[in-house]
Design a protein around this ligand. Sequence first.
Ligand SMILES: NC(=O)c1ccc[n+]([C@@H]2O[C@H](COP(=O)([O-])OP(=O)(O)OC[C@H]3O[C@@H](n4cnc5c(N)ncnc54)[C@H](O)[C@@H]3O)[C@@H](O)[C@H]2O)c1
Length: 360
Amino acid sequence: MFRGNQYQAIGYIVAKRPGYDSCLPGWAPVNPSICEWSNLREDDEIVRILVAGGAGFIGSHLVERLLGDGHSVVAVDNFVTGRRTNLSHLEENTKLTLLDCDIAKPLDAQPFREGIDQVFNLASPASPKGYREHAIETHLSNSVGVWHLLELARSCGARFLQTSTSEVYGEPLVHPQPESYWGNVNPIGPRSCYDEGKRFAESLTMEFVRQYQFDARIARIFNTYGPRSKPGDGRVVPNFCVDALHGQPLTIYGTGTQTRSFCYVADLVSGLIAFMNATSMAGEVMNLGNPAEITIAQLAEIVREVAGSKSQITFMPLPEDDPTRRRPDISKADRLLGWQPTTELRAGLELTIDYFRRYL
Ligand SMILES: NC(=O)c1ccc[n+]([C@@H]2O[C@H](COP(=O)([O-])OP(=O)(O)OC[C@H]3O[C@@H](n4cnc5c(N)ncnc54)[C@H](O)[C@@H]3O)[C@@H](O)[C@H]2O)c1
């Protein structure tokens, strides 16, 4: 259905609105038949928010929270790593529009130009499996795609938030990592499509701030976990949870002494929204994550306990360029936003494992 640079509004309610033909206000798609529905009405009051990558793990939680706060949301996704089912519980919400659209292709459809107030960009493969399988798409999403969204936001006078990543710090030589640290990244390694892609995206975003006095900000997200994370995509928390529930061995890459800091998704979403809504933040870069640092071996033990699992633990060689330490310095977010994560790891894991129990 998706053709080139056209935009397909995807709906769960096509069958319920057979005569619905007005699409989005002012939007004249090249082929009207591909605009199947829109939940947006012309008379919607609005803070209207575009979430690129809205059908992904974090994006779907962000969309849900924004709708819960009473906003209208245009979620954009090409489903390269996201899932429609992540938003299916919101299908009846009249303030949600979901567009099947690749941000790396020109964003010339009208709905994007009609009164967008804020743009959150989360559109990028983010798991090791996701960006390895879609390496060139990852480069393009984080370069051409970010440029398209920046231009779109600028043309609407919208505020822009780019989600970056702790991966821009690479194998850090400074610990914990403050925003002022420039990183230690392998520019040509197997992770570079993501790490360098995100670094380019940051650089481009800052150029818009400098050249156009544009209101954009950059959130560097550290490891986030929670319901709707995707099993089997190479991220440690969903992998451990699912293996523990299935009684399969939990695979640790390396010795298990490498550390990570895990932030529950609801906390992260609160941080993203607080950052977006804070004034005088143009050009600011902010770490968002949980500074509580544990080893991967400790994580495996906690997951086994919370899941009530007797799974064995097995060891495999460490992948290339896998960082040995990761912990955010979040003093800036605390100082400027009053934000700190509040969910204990064990409590967050209980919610996550409960989700996998119900949906596996
Ligand atoms: N989850 C984490 O721990 C973490 C850590 C650091 C940074 N981040 C960043 O947060 C964002 C969301 O991550 P996530 O964990 O939810 O990953 P995800 O893969 O679940 O979500 C990304 C979404 O973007 C969509 N997408 C990718 N390329 C696109 C394109 N060209 N056009 C439209 N949609 C596209 C995917 O289909 C997916 O739905 C990413 O930008 C990622 O880099 C996440």
